[in-house]
Design a protein around this ligand. Structure first.
Ligand SMILES: [Zn+2]
Ligand SMILES: [Zn+2]
Ligand SMILES: [Zn+2]
Length: 114
């Protein structure tokens, strides 16, 4: 909706200024400019997985499906398979009270991409 662009043609990409023969191809063309690192996508760091999500929490959940992903207890040396096990462990072993520190768990994710 910028009114300052000079003489854009219908079907012209405002990123690379290429003119497409069909206006309907424009959205798909523009997707080729999408930078996977820009903003929205979280990608599974595990080699060969290719899982992508726009929601960070989903990635964390997904990571627990990889057997080589471990959660490291911040209070001792124990590693656990998933966030809920870690939570139970921390509650029972360390008297941890989950509160506003939900994101804390993420800090202790150890990616092991062998
Ligand atoms: Zn373009
Ligand atoms: Zn994955
Ligand atoms: Zn512990």
């Amino acid at each position: 909706m910028s009114s300052t662009r000079p003489t854009m043609q219908p079907g012209q990409c405002d990123i690379c200024f290429k003119v497409l023969s069909r206006v309907s191809d424009l959205p798909r063309h523009k997707m080729t400019h999408a930078d996977p690192g820009a903003g929205k996508k979280f990608t599974c760091p595990s080699k060969g997985c290719g899982y992508e999500t726009s929601i960070r929490a989903n990635l964390n959940t997904h990571m627990t499906t990889h057997s080589d992903a471990k959660l490291h207890c911040p209070n001792c040396d124990k590693t656990l398979k998933n966030a809920s096990s870690l939570l139970v462990h921390r509650k029972t072993q360390h008297g941890y009270e989950p509160s506003a520190h939900k994101d804390e768990v993420e800090l202790f994710l150890i990616w092991s991409c062998s």
